[in-house]
Unconditional design. Structure first.
Length: 303
């Protein structure tokens, strides 16, 4: 099944016979549990809450949630919360990791720590998913928050991570747009040069499972009418599944324009680990967290 909207995504997860199990490290957090309670009520996931048992039960009671629906694993320190969460993943009892009352750096350190054996290889990257009334399907952007100025090899890993997730979402051959301000390789513009080289890697079969176009501008990647007017021909034009940004600055500006000005609905995952990782900000909208849980629940089944 191909997912074209968050509504499709939620329906697909609800229809699954086997529910994904999400372990929340340091789950004694009001904001985290709010979206997780709703996801549990809607039949999206089976949660395992690792952290301060007393505080967890207090939050669940305050939100009128049935504590019997949540497996609670007592843990004290940050290190104990993370160690027990990682152990549950390795024991096969959980297939999604979610950040609770932790700093982002704390959970990222646990993910990249070799002793925890959570990395698939290559880079860890951040992937955002968006829907807009003006675009015909769910699309992704990467990396807008983790890798600052990725080189050619870094961008290759970012694409491979994203394609892995898009395949899990049912996109058989994702259309990848390597963004730049131009559509032709310009030796004075490193992002345009990288775009051309990534396209060549795809055409040679070294970057498999997708169709890569680069360099390509944002308007041509997302608007068929613009491509027609500019007489630009590419299978990616106006139909991109993934927008690869040149650096963290471009990515950050782009996604904040999408959500802040264009009103995009969004979800996000940290990818490149052996399980999907939910790392939403405490200030994120409740719907963003909810959709991120749904996204992780669906992809985890084919991860």
């Amino acid at each position: 099944m191909k997912i074209n909207s968050f509504k499709d995504l939620v329906a697909a997860v609800q229809a699954m016979e086997i529910k994904s199990r999400v372990v929340v490290a340091a789950a004694h957090d009001d904001h985290t549990l709010e979206s997780l309670i709703q996801a549990q009520r809607d039949g999206l996931v089976k949660p395992i809450l690792v952290g301060d048992e007393g505080k967890i039960r207090e939050i669940l009671a305050a939100k009128q949630a049935d504590s019997a629906a949540f497996e609670i694993v007592p843990a004290g320190s940050v290190e104990e919360c993370l160690d027990k969460s990682v152990a549950l993943i390795h024991q096969g009892k959980a297939n999604i990791l979610m950040k609770g009352k932790l700093e982002t750096g704390q959970i990222m350190k646990a993910i990249i720590d070799k002793k925890n054996d959570l990395k698939r290889g290559g880079l860890i990257s951040l992937m955002g998913f968006y829907t807009l009334p003006t675009y015909h399907k769910l699309f992704a952007v990467s990396d807008m928050g983790m890798n600052t100025y990725p080189d050619l090899e870094g961008k290759r890993h970012i694409i491979e991570n994203a394609v892995h997730v898009l395949h899990a979402l049912g996109v058989e051959k994702p259309k990848v747009a390597v963004l730049s301000a131009v559509e032709k390789v310009n030796p004075k513009m490193p992002d345009a040069v990288d775009g051309g080289k990534l396209k060549e890697l795809c055409e040679s079969g070294e970057l498999a499972g997708c169709v890569v176009e680069g360099p390509i501008s944002f308007d041509l990647a997302t608007c068929r009418e613009a491509a027609v007017i500019k007489n630009y021909t590419s299978p990616v034009a106006g139909d991109a599944d993934l927008l690869v940004v040149p650096d963290i600055v471009c990515g950050n500006v782009l996604v904040k324009c999408l959500t802040g000005l264009a009103g995009a609905k969004t979800a996000g995952l940290v990818v490149g680990a052996k399980v999907p990782v939910i790392l939403t900000s405490r200030s994120a909208e409740a719907s963003d967290k909810y959709y991120s849980i749904a996204l992780a629940a669906y992809t985890a089944q084919n991860y």
